[in-house]
Design a protein around this ligand. Structure first.
Ligand code: 76R
Length: 263
């Protein structure tokens, strides 16, 4: 059996690769056309669902960041392999899958909110609001599991986990309490709507941390503000542990490569 061309698709969610590279300056000088190798790899990978964002990383952790995602893990692996032919040296990577949140608001939650917060009592009015809510939620859920990456000017990526220490073990909390805490988290998050676009991808059992956090914003100050503000929110204050942070300038692939000196 030839397994080399088989698609490998998770039953739920898409694969997400965060790849980081340093330019191999000596090799790049000896072999011109290094940028073309990267661009060809991207061209070969991208289709309707498989997408790539490239960015010039700020700081010395890496030169180039590549965010690739899509339904087929085999295609993601082949892309990674193609990239390895270019004069760039891998420095770090992170593997995760897009996922639906287990704490999203249910229709009953929204019904309760309409009654408590908006003080709606007329059943026709409630129903009308629920129709709009359903449409919005459906779109939102679809975007989380099958994201379409937008171009924003800056990106920040970091992995994180929920704490499992004796006095603060997230996984010991009952579901209702976790859901309540996550609702507080989401409330902070929503105040950044339009300024920060977040993609939370799951990596429990797949990579070293439990989630990958990808934040995109035109204004880099928004990246700092949202993460800072969330540190005070109970979920982050009590339960969050963080890996390394990578920040960069999102650019068209050709421009990102020019920026890092790859011709
Ligand atoms: O599905 C949803 O988006 C509903 C609400 C929501 C959930 C369930 C939500 C909203 N998040 C959820 C889950 Mn989030 N998020 C982070 C970080 O640096 C830090 O302290 C935390 C990093 C940011 C900046 C952020 C932003 N979120 C999660 C999870 C999974 C937890 C689990 O399942 O146990 C993690 C790890 C996580 C981390 N979050 C939002 C945001 C923003 C901006 C929102 C509002 C999105 C919107 O309404 O458009």
């Amino acid at each position: 059996m030839d397994t080399s061309k088989e698609r490998v698709e998770p039953s739920v969610g898409w694969g997400v690769l965060h790849l980081f590279y340093r330019v191999d300056a000596a090799r790049a000088e000896q072999e011109p056309g290094g940028a073309k190798r990267v661009l060809d790899a991207i061209d070969g990978f991208v289709d309707d669902d498989h997408q790539v964002l490239t960015y010039a990383v700020l700081g010395h952790k890496a030169d180039l960041g590549v965010l690739a995602l899509g339904p087929d893990l085999a295609r993601l692996q082949a892309f990674e392999q193609e990239l390895s032919l270019a004069p760039i040296i891998p420095t770090w990577s992170y593997v995760s899958l897009t996922e639906q949140s287990e704490y999203g608001a249910t229709e009953d939650d929204e019904r309760k909110r309409l009654a408590d917060e908006d003080e709606l009592t007329d059943p026709a009015e409630v129903e009308e609001r629920l129709v709009t809510w359903r449409e919005r939620i459906e779109h939102y859920r679809e975007q989380r599991i099958h994201p379409r990456l937008p171009m924003k000017r800056t990106i920040c990526f970091y992995p994180m986990s929920k704490r499992r220490s004796a006095d603060a073990n997230w996984y010991d909390l009952p579901f209702d309490e976790r859901k309540k805490l996550m609702a507080g988290h989401a409330k902070v998050g929503r105040t950044y709507a339009g300024r920060v676009l977040q993609l939370i991808t799951g990596s429990t059992g797949i990579d070293d941390w439990e989630w990958g956090v990808t934040l995109l914003a035109d204004d880099p100050a928004a990246l700092k503000e949202i993460v800072y503000e969330m540190r005070f929110d109970e979920v982050s204050a009590r339960f969050a542990e963080f890996g390394p942070f990578y920040t960069g300038l999102v650019l068209e692939p050709r421009d990102a490569l020019a920026r890092i000196g790859l011709e």
